[in-house]
Design a protein around this ligand. Structure first.
Ligand code: DQA
Length: 146
């Protein structure tokens, strides 16, 4: 099973950025723990982070017919980007949407997502554990075809 993890803008600042909302772990710490879990599950995991919409879109295009599943935290683009939504639909790869914080308990502008209605599943408010939950869900889905 090949899984691509995509993280959007400002997530490279994890650890420094609003730790009361996003925790104290850095993105590289979170991704290295996730890679360990993936290895133990026989999953080939690749990770990409960008602060730019264009780079994120192009990385998703490059995943066409190359990965089985995408785990994405679109960060602020969750609430703004039709283009990133369309990129995911264009490659026709099932994806899970992850947010570290509980976006529904925050400002009203974070309550709407351009991704949730086309995602396999949506996880928010679990912190870094959300990425692990998505990984487990993807493995489960590939084994049970659900
Ligand atoms: C986020 C929530 C978004 O509203 C915010 O813009 C982020 C991070 C999260 O992981 O909780 O950058 O996606």
């Amino acid at each position: 099973l090949k899984i691509l993890v995509v993280n959007g803008p400002n997530l490279n600042m994890l650890g420094k950025r609003e730790p009361e909302k996003y925790g104290t772990q850095t993105l590289s710490e979170i991704m290295s723990e996730l890679t360990n879990t993936a290895n133990s599950l026989n999953v080939e995991l690749t990770h990409f982070q960008s602060n730019g919409e264009q780079a994120l879109i192009e990385r998703i295009h490059n995943a066409w017919q190359a990965v089985d599943c995408i785990i994405i935290n679109p960060a602020a683009f969750t609430h703004t980007s039709v283009a990133l939504r369309d990129a995911l639909l264009s490659v026709d790869i099932p994806f899970y949407e992850v947010h570290l914080s509980n976006v529904h308990a925050r400002e009203a502008f974070r309550h709407h997502s351009y991704f949730s209605d086309v995602a396999q599943g949506v996880i928010c408010g679990l912190g870094a554990m959300g990425y692990h939950a998505a990984l487990n869900a993807a493995v489960n889905r590939s084994q049970n075809a659900i």
